[in-house]
Design a protein around this ligand. Structure first.
Ligand SMILES: [Fe+2]
Length: 139
């Protein structure tokens, strides 16, 4: 356990950086939707969001496995569900154009922010508890 102490700080910072990057990518697509950009551009931006999320979720899950996070499995299911929805949006976009992205706003604004604030926060708290347990504060 002692070898874990302090180990998570860089990883927590990386997750936080990725969350900020993700919000930027998601906002880029929302802006393009608002501006009525062509479907090809929307598809490109959605592809970037999906790719970023795939990498981000992979990092989170690797860290969860390394840390022995007991909620890895249900958390992974949430990630898979999100990616499944976004891939569905991508398919609908190619079939019906921008209307295919009607639920994108809710998915990103509601789902992702809630996921970060509630679900990911549980993992961060778990890591911080591990560090505290390994290095209890001096009396
Ligand atoms: Fe997550």
């Amino acid at each position: 356990m002692a070898e874990r102490a302090g180990l998570w700080q860089p990883e927590l910072a990386r997750i936080e950086d990725q969350h900020a990057g993700l919000l930027r990518e998601m906002d880029n697509l929302l802006d393009a939707l608002r501006l009525g950009r062509p479907a090809g551009e929307l598809a490109h931006l959605l592809g970037r969001v999906i790719q970023y999320l795939e990498e981000h979720f992979r990092l989170e899950e690797v860290l969860m496995a390394r840390a022995g996070f007991p909620e890895l499995h249900p958390h992974r299911l949430l990630h898979q569900s999100c990616l499944g929805q976004l891939r569905g949006e991508r398919d609908r976009l190619s079939l019906s154009g921008p209307r295919g992205l009607d639920s994108y706003r809710e998915l990103t604004q509601v789902w992702f922010r809630d996921h970060m604030e509630r679900q990911d926060h549980r993992f961060e708290s778990f890591l911080r508890r591990q560090e505290r347990d390994a290095h209890p504060a001096a009396p």
